[in-house]
Design a binder for this molecule. Sequence first.
Ligand code: KIV
Length: 270
Amino acid sequence: MNSITDLQRAKRQGRVISMVTCYDHWTARIVQRSEVDCILIGDSAAMVAHGFDDTISATPEMMAWHVRAVAKGAPDKLIVGDFPFLAHRKGEAAAFETADLLMKAGAQAVKIEGLRGHQEILRALVESGVPVMGHLGLTPQSLHAFGGFRVQAKQRQAADQLVRDALELQTLGCFSVVLEAIPNDVARRVTEALDIPTIGIGAGPDTSGQVLVLQDLLGMNPDFEPRFVRRYLDGSNLFREALDRFACDVRQGEFPAEKETYGCSKSSTA
Ligand code: KIV
């Protein structure tokens, strides 16, 4: 799957879409060889790759470097680059600058959190040929406004508003919408109301697709165990065990072995 039309066709054909985040080149090469449909270079890079507590510290330049590394490693996947904190709220010129950076770095589409207050910017980007994925529910850039990473749209009024917002994103021309940390019923309502695909994270089984942070599904952070994550690997322990074996071999003089060294060629004098 390497275009937004492939993604939209998947929804029409009832094929469920799989998406993972990715931030670096060597991991992208593994995703490229996998069955996963598409890649989000999320601003979660600020947390996962740079160690910040939230996504607020991501910048357009940071995102562009990650997009560039991933796009080179996964040429056959749809690559979506995330707009970082406030990049779409500093006026049209700044939003275009960010879209320009991300797409020249190799993204085929961008993802933008929220709706209200930047509708015109969304419209202008779409009309300029920038495919935009929306993002509603728990939009992590608004973490401090929400008072923490909390499930959204639990009350009837908020749920109704979220359905209306999703419809408006579709009207503005978004090709897909991420739904994060909302009740299953609300995600189902949105998915049924929209023609464009919904991609859920912590939004239950009834969305058009699912996205997870790659390091979460690989179990790379043993201290992070939210309800919506399924671990497919005990990555943290597997990596550590490999490192321990290397350190042990080095200490005991068992690495490198003869076959892991270079000899001089007999004819060489240098
Ligand atoms: O930045 C990110 O990783 C995201 C996903 C959680 C959807 O926005």
